[in-house]
Write a protein that binds this ligand. Structure first.
Ligand code: NAD
Ligand code: TYD
Length: 361
């Protein structure tokens, strides 16, 4: 297979390539990425040494660029990770989310529709989120049949992209597979998301900002477990089907932050109480979904997939990765990320991962 992986320099895409490129030398992997603030080619440095890997910098919101990539590389499979992915950013500046998540997905679908002849020869695998379903109350689970009810500009744009993917299947017969996954954590995640931000701020002795009362619940999945799930969907999943993927691991945000403090303390020899004293309650996110939780029965029964990491084992691996990969961390602490936060997000200055160089772009 010639597999076009979009967003392969971001968190999940890079972990996917890191695992699959060396494991499957019989397949060719093309990483298409715009290299936004969230990307880091250092995240795919090992995959990049393999002969079955290539990289192309392109913007999926640019229809001509997408068509040119299809003409050059002639992929027969697209695994579509590329997105603007951070809810807080979508609240502060939604426009980019519409361009990348909606128009970008549309451009890719059009390239598949107009290039694959017959159309049934390709496969478009769409990576989406459980956030399209909105918020759960204290009970219940999201499944493949849950009604869409997105709360944020991010989740609304992902919902739109899911609808486009299904419409291309029904209207044009494009072979598609969809997945809606819960919150991922693990190595190579940009430290604007909860877990890496807390790890790096704890290590640096900086405030650990918890939104509201910290009682919102997320269902955490170690990123490699997600990547394995995606590979099983690719190889064994049914065309036209949707798979809900979750960790079966519900935690309040406050629980997550306390556990991060405990593991960072164990790994660095500091006291847990000194790290916990950094916890700072900050104003809540507008439209903050209370609870996400996935029922992954379809994945387990049809594809035999089950997560391998517990929250403790996955989080310990994650903390160690951030402690060991200081060059990667330094790379993202400086540069455009800090610049963006400084200009757009002054009231949450404490969210900055500590230690970066002020004003560098
Ligand atoms: P990320 O923000 O870490 O990475 C996104 C990547 O997409 C970056 O490398 C970026 O450069 C690239 N990109 C952005 N705009 C682009 C454009 N216009 N053209 C080409 N490339 C572009 O995101 P992530 O956390 O790795 O998420 C990957 C996918 O998985 C997203 O579609 C997201 O909605 C979905 N998802 C994420 C989670 C999670 O917890 N992170 C959970 C479920 C689903
Ligand atoms: P996040 O990692 O942004 O993922 P998502 O919003 O897609 O679920 O946030 C996870 C949870 O953590 C969410 O309920 C918001 C909360 N949160 C904080 O309390 N403090 C923070 O600094 C961040 C980034 C998130």
């Amino acid at each position: 297979m010639r597999i076009l992986v979009t967003g392969g320099a971001g968190f999940i895409g890079a972990n996917f390539l890191h695992l699959m490129v060396p494991r499957y030398p019989q397949h060719t992997f093309i990483n298409l990425d715009k290299l936004t603030y969230a990307a880091n080619l250092a995240s795919v440095s090992e995959a990049a040494r393999c002969p079955n890997y290539s990289f192309v910098q392109a913007d999926i919101a640019d229809a001509h660029a997408v068509q040119a990539v299809f003409a050059q590389y002639q992929p027969d499979v697209v695994i579509h990770f590329a997105a603007e992915s951070h809810v807080d950013r979508s609240i502060l500046g939604p426009a980019e989310f519409m361009q990348t998540n909606i128009i970008g997905t549309f451009n890719l679908l059009e390239a598949c529709r107009t290039t694959w002849s017959p159309i049934s020869q390709g496969l478009f695998q769409h990576i989406s989120t459980d956030e399209v379903f909105g918020s759960l109350g204290a009970t219940g689970y999201f499944t493949e049949h849950t009604r869409y009810d997105p709360s944020s500009p991010y989740s609304a744009s992902k919902a739109a992209s899911d609808h486009l993917v299904r419409a291309y299947h029904r209207t044009y017969g494009l072979p598609v597979k969809l997945t809606n996954c819960s919150n991922n954590y693990g190595p190579r995640q940009f430290p604007e998301k909860l877990i890496p931000l807390m790890i790096l701020n704890a290590v640096a002795g900086q405030p650990l900002p918890v939104y509201g009362k910290g009682q919102n619940v997320r269902d955490w999945l170690y990123v490699e477990d997600h990547c394995e799930a995606l590979w099983s969907v690719l190889m064994q999943g049914q065309v036209g089907a949707t798979y809900a993927i979750g960790g079966g691991c519900e935690k309040t945000n406050l629980d997550v932050v306390h556990t991060v403090c405990r593991i960072v303390a164990e790994e660095t020899g500091r006291s847990v109480s000194s790290l916990e004293s950094l916890i700072t309650f900050v104003p809540d996110r507008p439209g903050h979904d209370l609870r996400y939780a996935i029922d992954s029965t379809h994945m387990r029964t049809e594809l035999g997939w089950t997560p391998q990491e517990s929250f403790m084992s996955g989080l310990r691996k994650t903390v160690r990765w951030y402690l060991e990969n200081t060059a990667w961390v330094e790379d993202v602490r400086t540069g455009a990320y800090r610049q963006w936060l400084a200009t757009n997000y002054e009231h949450r200055e404490q969210l900055l991962p500590a230690g970066g160089k002020e004003g560098s772009a």
